[in-house]
Design a protein around this ligand. Structure first.
Ligand code: ADP
Ligand code: MG
Length: 253
């Protein structure tokens, strides 16, 4: 079976600073992959390269076998047009540490915006689908609230519903709970757990080792722009093979 996402020898440099130094990974449909590692190890850059928010300086990312951000012209790969890239990106929902909701729109208006504007879905249908998603993330009764009237956890759950509204093939999460007050982390993780149980393919950068241990099918430990260690959570957490993994785990567990 073709992996949903395949990363081959991915490299990213900012000037002379090589942040990603040859990443290979593969994500099958329905898998939850958690990526952990110290600050500055390149986790966010990797996630941003997956959907071409950052342009890799080497290697490539394939979504269902199609190169991300690039297309074949004859025998050579060229940069995609903005529209082509936008269409491809829609297939990868992204949720960030900060929630990035439109402040002047209600939760519901945030969720229906892209389906209406980008996909051209009729408003009534977009509202129906958005209400179902807001219900799923436990935000139905707050649908008409503005972001400033919502807690961080509620905003993040709305942001998740907004991503889901585009019916992505996979969801990318970059430390989705790191900006939250501790008492709000659980509700967002519960929403993500539920998504995973429903079979959503997810790549999650997180410091929540409990979530990684319970939910991940595959756990990746990154340090210094490379994958140092990977495997099932049990393999990586219970029997880390590398000193760098052990040192990291001793700090976070
Ligand atoms: P992590 O998410 O693991 O904390 P990042 O991917 O954010 O790590 O960053 C990895 C390294 O890349 C850091 O040293 C960071 O300063 C550098 N970096 C990230 N983005 C940029 C950028 N746009 N320009 C220059 N350096 C960057
Ligand atoms: Mg980061």
């Amino acid at each position: 079976m073709m992996p949903l996402l395949k990363v081959e020898q991915l490299r990213k440099a900012f000037g002379s600073h090589e942040v990603l130094r040859g990443i290979d990974m593969q994500v099958n449909r329905g898998d939850v992959t958690c990526i952990v590692g110290p600050s500055g190890s390149g986790k966010s850059t990797l996630l941003r390269c997956l959907n071409h928010l950052e342009k890799p300086t080497g290697g490539a990312v394939f979504l269902m076998g199609e190169p991300v951000g690039l297309r074949w012209k004859g025998a050579r790969l060229h940069e995609m047009s903005f529209n082509e890239l936008a269409r491809q990106r829609q297939r990868m929902g992204m949720v960030f540490q900060g929630f990035h909701l439109f402040p002047h729109k209600t939760a519901l208006e945030n969720v229906i915006e892209a389906p209406i504007v980008v996909k051209g879905i009729a408003r009534a249908q977009a509202v129906d689908e958005a209400m179902a998603l807001l219900d799923k993330v436990g935000m139905k009764d707050r649908a008409h609230y503005y972001p400033a009237q919502l807690s961080g956890g509620q905003q993040q759950r709305t942001a998740i519903a907004r991503s889901l509204a585009m019916k992505p093939d996979l969801m990318l999460f970059d430390e989705p709970t790191s900006a939250l007050d501790p008492e709000l982390v659980g509700e967002v993780l519960a929403t993500m757990r539920q998504l995973a149980q429903e079979g959503m393919t997810m790549v999650v950068v997180t410091h929540e080792m409990g979530f990684a241990r319970d939910v991940a099918d595959h756990l990746i430990f990154m340090d210094g722009g490379v994958i140092v260690e990977e495997g099932t959570p049990a393999e990586v957490l219970k029997a880390p093979r590398h000193d760098r993994t052990r040192a990291f785990l001793s700090r976070v567990l």
